[in-house]
Design a protein around this ligand. Structure first.
Ligand code: ADP
Ligand code: MG
Length: 174
């Protein structure tokens, strides 16, 4: 029997959110090879696990901090009804699947998956802050983000495109 008329309010059982996931790698992986191959495999994995809405191209960036080796980076937009804490847990699981062991900040890592933004706006807990606290300073996130979601308002009404341009003017080499 098909319903032809909706009577009364419609209850949504699952609310879908959009997440911008910042992907980074600067260590080779036995199966996926160089960092760019790992980022590509991570995008495929996000597509399999969630709905992949869009993904930027993969960019290569010079090493920073204690990392020592060059990075491959990208941003993916995924759709999910997970809340931010559950999403972080899933991403940490994916990092482990790709063999990430070190939890040293800025250190070499096979795969880093950070939540840059979500469609719910701001989120803050002891273990998680969205927008990502370093977002405005990271051209390796802002540039790919601006390429696929230029009009996403990040913070204080400023769009990804605006922030990417602003950072590029301040630090042309990222
Ligand atoms: P990095 O800062 O280099 O990404 P980690 O991946 O080891 O370092 O992250 C350290 C911790 O940062 C995570 O375990 C997580 O609890 C916390 N964190 C806070 N905000 C975020 C976010 N937006 N996305 C991912 N991790 C976050
Ligand atoms: Mg991280």
């Amino acid at each position: 029997m098909s319903k032809t008329r909706i009577q009364g309010p419609v209850r949504l059982t699952a609310i879908s959110h959009l997440y911008a996931i910042a992907i980074g790698s600067n260590r080779p992986h036995g199966r996926y090879g160089r960092p760019a191959g790992i980022v590509q495999a991570a995008i495929a994995r996000l597509d399999a696990e969630f709905g992949l809405f869009d993904a930027s191209s993969i960019v290569l960036n010079a090493a920073y901090g204690a990392a020592g080796r060059d990075f491959a980076n990208a941003v993916a937009l995924v759709e999910s009804d997970l809340d931010p804490i559950a999403m972080l847990r899933r991403l940490k699981g994916l990092e482990r699947d790709f063999g990430r062991r070190s939890s040293r900040r800025w250190g070499p890592r096979v795969l880093d998956l950070d939540i840059a933004l979500w469609s719910g706006g701001g989120f803050r807990s002891r273990r998680l802050a969205i927008p990502h606290p370093q977002l405005e300073r990271r051209s390796f996130v802002l540039q790919p983000l601006a390429a696929i979601a230029p009009n996403w308002r990040v913070r204080g009404g400023l769009t990804a495109r605006h922030l990417a341009h602003r950072l590029a003017r301040r630090a042309p080499r990222g």
